[in-house]
Design a protein around this ligand. Structure first.
Ligand SMILES: [Zn+2]
Length: 190
């Protein structure tokens, strides 16, 4: 009895269990609140899938729906102007934020679609915010980066190619295990 317990506590079975259940730190579950329309949900799903492809499967962002947030999932909330005013949240440029600290200290992604500039779109903005959830920080105001803190119109080229710029790739490898490297863009935006 005692011996079997000791065997169970060896580190390797725990590592295998984590792998099988997909609960490693590179997996993030996002909950899309019911206010998102079916069309918007498609864009959010594509943004989530972007990270799986661009990271060569080393990061996994899963978008789930349903009336209530599953435990542990990060809420992706569709905010209106009225709601933004009520919580005194004032996104200046991209209409989104990834850690407003408004929900009992839990992380949340807030997106105010009405404020997303014409040059960007929901899919691009969501991919940027999901990047933050994976632990990526801004890579400065370099124009050719999805994780730029510059204008969102600059994020877009990476989404269609499902690739990361050199700066984004370096930031990904800083934040996440990247033994396989990342899917680098062949045609950099600049
Ligand atoms: Zn950002």
């Amino acid at each position: 009895m005692r011996r079997s317990v000791r065997n169970w506590l060896r580190p390797w079975p725990i590592g295998i269990l984590m792998l099988l259940s997909g609960c490693g730190s590179n997996t993030k579950v996002m909950w899309a609140d019911p206010r998102w329309s079916p069309e918007e949900r498609v864009e959010l799903t594509r943004a989530a899938e972007f990270w799986g492809v661009a990271s060569k499967g080393q990061a996994h962002v899963e978008l789930v729906g349903g009336p209530t947030k599953p435990a542990g999932a990060i809420p992706v909330l569709r905010i209106t102007e009225e709601m933004a005013n009520r919580i005194r949240w004032d996104p200046q440029v991209v209409g989104s934020d990834h850690n407003p600290g408004l929900f009992g200290g839990d992380k949340a992604i807030l997106i105010l679609p009405e404020r997303i500039l014409a040059a960007a779109n929901l899919e691009t903005i969501a991919a940027h915010e999901f990047g933050h959830s994976l632990g990526l920080h801004h890579v400065g105001s370099h124009v050719a980066a999805l994780m730029s803190d510059e204008g969102p119109e600059l994020f877009a080229p990476f989404i269609s190619e499902a690739c990361l710029s050199e700066l984004d790739g370096a930031e990904f490898c800083r934040a996440v295990d990247c033994e396989r490297g990342v899917r680098r863009c062949e045609s950099q935006a600049q």
